[in-house]
Write a protein that binds this ligand. Sequence first.
Ligand SMILES: Nc1nc2c(ncn2[C@@H]2O[C@H](COP(=O)(O)OP(=O)(O)OP(=O)(O)O)[C@@H](O)[C@H]2O)c(=O)[nH]1
Ligand SMILES: [Mg+2]
Length: 244
Amino acid sequence: MEGVQPEGVGDKYSLIVPTYNERLNIALLVYLVFKHLRDVDFEIIIVDDGSPDGTQDVVKQLQQVYGDDRILLRARPRKLGLGTAYAHGLKHASGNFVVIMDADLSHHPKYLPSFIKKQQETGASIVTGTRYVKGGGVHGWTLMRKLTSRGANVLAQTFLWPGVSDLTGSFRLYRKSVLEDLISSCVSKGYVFQMEMIVRASRKGYHIEEVPITFVDRVFGSSKLGGSEIIEYLKGLAYLLVTT
Ligand SMILES: Nc1nc2c(ncn2[C@@H]2O[C@H](COP(=O)(O)OP(=O)(O)OP(=O)(O)O)[C@@H](O)[C@H]2O)c(=O)[nH]1
Ligand SMILES: [Mg+2]
């Protein structure tokens, strides 16, 4: 029988986690998600792009432990980029809410309950983790990397004026229908993608809320942020400036 359910009852969360060479991080991430999301209906969708380090073997072991209805492996044959990885994961999501998070433990699962709580309290369509309000921050970054991130954010704030304090972060919860809409209207790839998503969401008038998070540097593996990403970012910023 159809009936009105109290807020929060019947909600299911699909966590989309793109991976490329995250063999050393993925088991810990999954463990922490299960630890922090008790009494919540969720699934973890791992979109692995043929990682040569054997990430998928670890994921298959995790499926033995937690069940392949809780841990879904949706692999692609080769490294096809982050933007399309989210879209790919989304096609397999059965929840009415989707969380996007990195596998490298920069996005700590201990914050997941605060995303869910904030959504339930406010009815928001998007809850985004922010490093740039009281209670948020970054850990383990060099001064140079901090300045780059902060500078990128200030630049984007100044030009795009989205009303959200952290544009380049990617730890977010979305209503599934809203994520589908945003993904279909975003064109950029790579690092600009997160910024385009939230700027378009703001322009479209979606209700966005923020929760403070502390972002820690990736636990294992090496960073890929270099000069070319900064150039790409600036190009993306210019593009958003003229198209949104
Ligand atoms: N499926 C898939 N996942 C990717 C790809 N590129 C990166 N990832 C994953 O996306 C998440 C974010 O990528 P990161 O390399 O951590 O990017 P970042 O956080 O900006 O930079 P660092 O942590 O400093 O390396 C991680 O879980 C990666 O494993 C890709 O092409 N395909
Ligand atoms: Mg990372």
